[in-house]
Design a protein around this ligand. Structure first.
Ligand code: DGJ
Length: 735
């Protein structure tokens, strides 16, 4: 076997076109040089960046030779050139640092070695190219393929790995990273996003020192609450919005994740990203493939702003379900009624939806269960039949009433969960994750269903499919998930309990795959007790997400600012609610910088407030295309000043929308003019303040529209906002 592999390897070098072994150049302007016949270069490129691997002719292993700005010439990466960092380091032979992959074979041997076998390229479209690099253990029947999907125009690369086990007995995987990357810089600056329920996405930046730094979570049913699966890594110097060299990375996985940063004795950094291997040694049966989720990353040498725009455009075109399709504005009843509603109250909310000019009414938690009615969060979860006391005429009646008013009807579900006080719990105790010999532990009075069990998958699928089949008029779903795993044990998995964290998420994806096959474009909001599941693994199936249960608009400025680094505005659901004592205008302006919705008692609005809201919604509908799909420029950070200013500019630079929020202010504080970005210096723009309230104009923007050149707006700027705390301005900027 070993001899055969060596022969294959030599053949591949002599005949690089044969056997799918081919050295592709993603960019036609790339100069390929092969002056060192024993090495093979494998470039993975986008429009502006190069990630280049080198097969070392002498040991047959794959190394990362380069990652950064596009190279005009790769000649010197051949031979001894380039770096000597193993592209996907194994454990058990000569690696002394953290491995990307570690396994034990059935004979007890704990080692793995990977040599290059072949590579090929699949062109999925003019913009999307997949490079596959096949590695193989010379001794054991283990194959590892590194996959790189390059999104050329967006400068984004998605990497995942497939580990194929062809041994005769099961093997155990202990580490199975999606990606391993190496950097050689003077210093490394890590920006992480951490928080808790209702205080998501707080930004922290620190220098990496020698040794290991880990960002991870162990929550099971969701990626985060305490750490979000995203990071910036700045090289040499800290980066800001427009300067600095960095990568932005995120993992497409809705469960435990881990980013590991290890600075070695020479000052080199390895970054290992993937599912958190903690308590998750995974047993792989003969003939089976273990597929990791995708690590998604972009490189920028113009600061964090460009990295965010790259990810936003990638998300719009590829990363988020129907990213380039319109979204629905909505009225939600959660904070207005909580569990206390009936048909009459709901039909009046349908009227309010119409009156406000919103597209959809979203009925939240509390509409279901009869034996144990869902009148608070202690009962009923799992029993998905309309509650007869609250909805005697069923959901069909509400769908019909919504339709007759010309608004859509949406509904809340939390299909992965169960209250112990429910018929589901009584009938199917073995469908629930709980230890057989210890007390159940609750979070929000509920337990998690065992999605690894195919019968439970069928049940969850049928909750959604059954409802949409019975009521085809339902136009929207909010899919919630309000707890993490504790004291978890799967009856179904038997002696494979350490597969649970991985299998739970993959089972969820199985259900969602099935649903998306039948309902490919149905809008679904992803919610997990706030933003617990905001990740690009889940967002393949969801059109938008609920970023936080904290809807106080002052807090939201920071929370939404944090999300904006990695997620596009069209997916971030921001609702105007009763949280916070700020003006309706401030609340509205904050909600408008994303996907706007309402969750307020509309009948309590004064006539003036109602008119203001109707106009704001009309403004939003007129401008949402720019806000959703324009380029985002974060101009002044709330982390730097007592205000936050950002703008969205459309691709032809003919229209922009600027949001300015004065937060708290100090005595006699004055603000410098805001210098805009992203406009055309040669174009002339008119500036119009919108969302104004009578007598409430806060900015020094002229009452009537006034024109400025793009150059003036970007080099000299405008005074916006007058320093009064908790005031805001929205400017419409038109060529
Ligand atoms: C948590 C969500 O984040 C809220 O918006 C709301 O839907 C509640 N769950 C309902 O229980």
């Amino acid at each position: 076997m070993k001899k055969l592999l060596t022969l294959l390897f030599i053949l591949n070098i002599i005949f690089p076109g044969a056997n799918g072994i081919f050295v592709p150049a993603n960019s036609p302007d790339r100069k390929q040089t092969m002056n060192s016949p024993q090495d093979i270069l494998i470039p993975v490129g986008t429009k502006n960046t190069d990630l280049i691997f080198r097969v070392n002719g002498s040991d047959g292993r794959l190394y990362q030779a380069y990652f950064g700005m596009k190279l005009a010439n790769t000649e010197n990466l051949m031979g001894s050139g380039g770096q000597d960092h193993l592209a996907y380091a194994t454990f058990g032979t000569d690696n002394l640092f953290e491995p990307a992959v570690r396994m034990t074979h059935n004979d007890g041997n704990p080692s793995l070695d990977l040599v290059y076998l072949s590579n090929n390229v699949e062109k999925l479209s003019d913009n999307v190219i997949v490079t596959n690099i096949l590695l193989k253990d010379p001794v054991y029947a283990i194959e590892v393929t590194l996959h790189f999907k390059s999104y050329i125009a967006e400068d984004v690369i998605e990497q995942w790995v497939e580990i194929v086990q062809k041994e005769t007995n099961p093997v155990t995987l202990f580490n199975y990273a999606s990606s391993m990357m190496h950097f050689d810089a003077d210093k490394y600056w890590l920006t992480q996003f951490h928080g808790d329920w209702a205080e998501e996405m707080k930004i922290q930046e620190s220098e990496l020192t020698s040794g290991i730094k880990i960002l991870d979570t162990k929550l099971g049913t969701r990626a985060h609450m305490y750490q979000t699966p995203v990071f910036f890594l700045s090289l040499n110097n800290k980066s800001d919005e427009n300067t600095g060299e960095l990568i932005a990375g995120t993992l497409g996985w809705s469960g435990n994740f881990r980013f590991l940063f290890e600075v070695d004795e020479k000052g080199s950094l390895r970054v290992i990203s993937g599912i958190n291997p903690f308590a998750s040694e995974y047993s792989v049966q003969p003939g089976k493939t273990f597929k990791t989720p995708s690590f998604i990353f972009t490189y920028s040498n113009h600061g964090k702003g460009l990295a965010s725009r790259n990810l936003h455009h990638w998300a719009e075109n590829y990363g988020i379900m129907d990213g380039n399709k319109p979204r629905l504005t909505l009225l939600n009843n959660w904070e207005t009624t909580y569990f206390d509603f009936n048909e009459k109250k709901l039909t009046s909310l349908l009227d309010d939806t119409k009156k406000m000019g919103l597209d959809l009414f979203l009925l939240d938690d509390g509409w279901f269960a009869n034996k144990y009615p869902r009148n608070d969060d202690r009962a009923g979860l799992g029993d998905w039949q309309e509650n007869k006391a609250k909805l005697p005429d069923g959901l069909g009646y509400l769908v019909k009433e919504a339709d007759s008013r010309g608004v859509k009807f949406g509904i809340w579900i939390e299909p992965e969960m169960v209250n112990p006080k429910s018929e589901l719990y009584e009938n199917h105790p073995d469908w629930i994750l709980k230890l057989p010999n210890r007390q159940e532990t609750y979070f929000r009075n509920q337990l998690v269903l065992d999605l690894t069990n195919p019968k439970v998958q069928e049940f969850v699928y049928n909750i959604v499919d059954g409802m949409l089949t019975r009521f085809p008029g339902i136009g929207f779903i909010k899919w919630d998930c309000n707890r993490m795993m504790t004291s978890a044990y799967s009856v179904y998995l038997k002696d494979k309990q350490s597969n649970l964290y991985v299998d739970y998420v993959n089972s969820l994806y199985n259900i969602l795959d099935r649903l998306r096959k039948k309902y490919p474009h149905f809008p679904i909001m992803l919610c997990s007790g706030g933003g617990g599941r905001v990740d690009y693994g889940a967002l393949r199936y969801f059109t938008e997400f609920w970023p936080s249960d904290d809807t106080d608009p002052l807090e939201r400025v920071y929370i939404q600012w944090g999300y904006s680094f990695f997620f596009p505005s069209f997916a971030v659901c921001n609702h105007v609610t009763s949280w916070g004592k700020q003006s309706l205008k401030f609340k509205t302006d904050v909600a408008m910088m994303g996907k706007m919705g309402y969750d307020i008692p509309v009948n309590e609005l004064s006539e003036k407030e109602l008119k203001f809201s109707q106009e704001a919604i009309a403004n939003y509908k007129r401008l949402c295309d720019v806000i959703w799909h324009g380029d985002l420029y974060r101009l002044i950070s709330p982390y730097d000043e007592n205000r936050a200013v950002l703008m969205y500019v459309n691709s032809s630079k003919s229209k922009a929308v600027l949001f300015s929020y004065t937060l708290n202010s100090r005595y006699n504080q004055t603000f410098n003019p805001v210098k805009m970005q992203g406009l055309d210096p040669l174009k002339t723009y008119t500036i119009k303040e919108i969302n104004t309230v009578p007598g409430g104009r806060q900015s020094q923007i002229a009452e009537t529209e006034r024109s400025y050149t793009g150059e003036y707006l970007m080099k000299i700027g405008l005074n916006i906002g007058n320093g009064t705390p908790l005031t805001s301005n929205v400017l419409e900027i038109t060529e």
